[in-house]
Design a binder for this molecule. Structure first.
Ligand code: GLC
Length: 749
């Protein structure tokens, strides 16, 4: 087994395990093409999604837990000629060459959208799928450092705790084996498609690094099964991918507010003092986090009785001041004879075992610990029961950490891969479940909260997860560093996470490891306004990072950034509605909005925040002028109203207390135009800022806290700006599920 940071660095190895075509037939919805040594199965799903499974003759495809809800469709037309089997779909046809076994996906006019480079291969347990490298760009791949466009790069997926990562680190905290290819079709048009490789083993993606003509992906074990997802645009592919793997729920509105964290606020007094300081200074804040020092000897689901006495009372007090409290939860359960959680799990046989049947013991914060087997339904139910007892003290959300899982006392820094999980599919080795461990833990956190607090939205955040984990939890990108490199790295990383189905994402603002400095802190807080989750976090023994920790000047900028965040909350919430409905992320690469503009293929220094806002943060020390590219159309500087013609590069002055925000002509931005200290402090009307030009938005409204929206209790308005100059705006309530209709304040810009 490898050390947690080592990669397999896989080279392509040709080896064909199926050959000699025999016959094909249709069984239920699946076309089965039989060869002497194996078979290819093709299944069409709704929205032109196509599943490809290649296996031994008697092998059955088993989905990972990523696959959510996608309907198979009535068998498509199939034709066989001398050379090929062709399956005709609505938008895409699949062609299988009987001799070479290669698979191609064709447009309805017979053009190749995607084709195999070599036939599928299997070497020992390693599997390989290779494709022609004919795209201008590849996006997605989940949480990866480095550039936005991954063409030419090699990446691996094995959930790994690596705080010291840089732009070339191939392994990070999460595994999302999904990418989007952009292939030029004509001078003006592209083909867009996604490939989701449904395999939870350590996987690898070589996007033309080893051989420029070929990309390949595969895994150390498991089945060869992937989904081909064609689309008209990048957004279309992302949306379809989220039908396959699911979407996030509407977040509780308070989670959009400012969140303050520190490793650790180590006593009740300190936490309450932080809360009071926010209120005294009138700096808005909605949420405080308790990191590991709230626990009694790092025993999960306990409070330290001396440092955090009367936790229920503390939580009640903080709630009265308008704060929510989120507590960290690690998977490792301390081995201690009098500790009830440990004993209960033992009694119910809920921990991961080694191959000799003994309990696996690993060292984490709490010392020697055992680990819940989240692959097992019974173990998840037990864990949820423990968690519900704990949450019922008044806890508002769960921060799932260390769930790669990270352990300290072996050379791999994780659970050895031969450990055994008693999964509901049967006994499996850790190497199959490793990448799923964090996702299943975060699922427990969501379910426990929802089962306990009926009809209240839950909040969970997780460090490790897998494709589809967006259904259960928000994420943060793990331990970063207080450096300019890490500030810059967060932008392409968030963009690619958004493309990979994760919209509800944050990075530790100010940087986790190392000491931040005033200027970096200012720039990071400015960017924080536009992160889907705005959470400031820093490590033990580093310089503190609360808004007032640097200087009066930094405090003022931080306050301004936080106030701007609260101003945009109605806009952000509306963007989350898109994530919930269609899987479209809040934080987007520019290429998602302007896919035909070659200037934005690999842009990392600016991004789109929702449909209408282009953010150009300062990312370099001492930078007071920023190069900005504005795509087609007219743009307005949000703060000065200065007008810019798009399709142009600009060099724009930007003072230390400024961030550049551009709004597209015709935009309608819903905002709160009043200061609030936290969500729900008072009722604030929604103001619509209407920019010059014509435009239209859908405005979504619900109670922000309950699950009633799932039962139709929300309003949807279509707001059209017909002519901003003559102040002509139409507001139509197109769906009414709430008792009252909203009165908007209109503000023409
Ligand atoms: C891990 C987490 C970090 C947390 C620390 C202590 O490093 O990634 O966010 O503060 O553990 O719990």
């Amino acid at each position: 087994m490898l050390n947690h940071k080592e990669t397999l660095n896989v080279k392509y190895e040709p080896s064909y395990f199926i050959s000699n075509y025999q016959k094909y037939f249709l069984e239920e919805n699946t076309v089965k093409v039989i060869f002497s040594g194996g078979k290819i199965e093709i299944t069409y799903f709704e929205k032109d999604i196509i599943k490809i499974f290649i296996g031994e003759k008697d092998e059955t495809s088993i989905d990972t837990n990523a696959i959510h809800n996608c309907l198979k469709i009535i068998p498509p037309t199939i034709k066989e000629d001398e050379k090929n089997i062709i399956i005709y779909g609505d938008a895409v046809d699949t062609l299988i060459e009987k001799n070479s076994l290669k698979i191609s996906f064709l447009s309805k006019d017979g053009k190749i959208i995607n084709q195999d480079y070599n036939p599928v291969g299997k070497k020992d347990k390693k599997i390989f799928v290779s494709k022609a490298n004919d795209c201008t760009a590849y996006y997605g791949f989940g949480e990866k450092s480095g550039s936005l466009n991954k063409k030419g790069q090699y990446m691996e997926n094995f959930n790994t705790d690596d705080p010291a990562h840089d732009d070339n680190t191939p392994l990070l905290y999460k595994t999302i084996p999904f990418y989007i290819g952009v292939k030029p079709a004509t001078m003006k048009n592209n083909y867009y498609y996604g490939i989701y490789f449904d395999n939870s083993y350590r996987s690898y993606f070589d996007m033309g690094k080893e051989n420029r003509e070929r990309i390949f992906f595969g895994a150390e074990g498991g089945q060869i099964q992937y989904y081909f997802i064609p689309g008209n645009t990048i957004k279309d592919v992302v949306s379809k991918y989220s039908i396959l793997t699911g979407v996030m729920d509407m977040p509780p509105l308070w989670t959009l507010g400012y969140q303050q964290c520190r490793y650790s606020y180590s006593s009740r007094g300190e936490l309450e003092n932080i809360a009071d300081t926010f209120r005294k200074k009138n700096i808005p804040c909605d949420c405080l986090y308790c990191d590991i020092h709230y626990m009694d000897s790092f025993k999960v689901m306990t409070f330290d009785g001396i440092k955090f006495p009367a936790p229920e009372d503390m939580l009640k007090n903080l709630h009265e001041k308008g704060f929510k409290v989120v507590t960290i939860l690690d998977p490792g359960v301390k081995i201690e004879e009098e500790y009830s959680t440990y004993l209960n799990g033992l009694k119910e046989d809920c921990y991961v075992k080694k191959s000799d049947g003994e309990l696996y013991v690993g060292e984490v914060w709490a010392g020697k610990s055992v680990f819940p087997d989240f692959s097992n339904y019974k173990a998840r139910e037990w864990w949820k029961k423990e968690l519900k007892d704990f949450i019922s003290l008044g806890i508002d959300g769960i921060w799932n950490d260390m769930n790669e899982p990270a352990v300290f006392d072996n050379e791999y820094k994780t659970m050895p891969e031969e450990c055994l999980h008693n999964s509901n599919k049967g006994t499996i080795e850790h190497k199959e479940f490793h990448n799923l461990y964090g996702m299943e833990m975060s699922r427990c956190s969501k379910e426990a909260q929802e089962e306990l607090k009926e009809n209240i939205r839950s909040f969970s955040m997780t460090r490790a997860t897998f494709a589809g984990g967006q259904r259960y939890s928000s994420i943060w990108t793990g331990d970063n560093q207080s450096t300019w490199e890490h500030l810059r790295m967060s932008i392409p990383m968030n963009c690619n996470l958004g493309i990979s189905g994760f919209s509800f994402v944050g990075n530790d603002v100010g940087g986790f490891g190392g000491n931040c400095n005033e200027e970096l802190f200012i720039r990071w807080m400015q960017l924080g306004t536009f992160l889907p989750i705005f959470r400031n976090h820093s490590a033990i023994y580093t310089r503190r990072q609360e808004p007032w920790s640097f200087s009066k000047r930094a405090e003022k900028v931080a306050e301004k950034a936080i106030n701007l965040r609260y101003r945009f909350i109605p806009y952000i919430y509306n963007m989350y509605y898109k994530s919930y409905k269609e899987g479209i992320p809040v934080f987007r690469p520019m290429v998602m909005e302007y896919p035909d503009d070659i200037n934005v293929l690999d842009i990392y220094s600016q991004f789109m925040f929702g449909d209408n806002m282009l953010i150009a943060p300062v990312l370099y020390e001492n930078e007071r002028q920023k190069n900005v590219y504005l795509p087609e159309g007219i743009w307005y500087n949000y703060f000065t109203n200065e007008k810019f013609e798009g399709n142009n590069f600009y060099n724009i002055p930007v003072a230390l207390d400024e961030i550049l925000v551009f709004i597209k002509e015709g935009s309608i931005i819903p905002i709160f135009d009043e200061h609030i200290n936290y969500i729900g402090e008072k009722d604030v009307p929604v103001t619509l800022e209407i920019f010059k030009g014509k435009g239209k938005i859908l405005y979504y409204e619900d109670d922000g806290i309950s699950l009633n929206y799932k039962r139709g209790e929300y309003n949807l308005y279509e707001i059209k700006s017909i002519n901003a100059e003559t102040q002509n705006t139409n507001i139509n309530l197109i769906y009414k599920g709430l008792k009252n209709k909203k009165e908007f304040i209109l503000k023409y810009k």
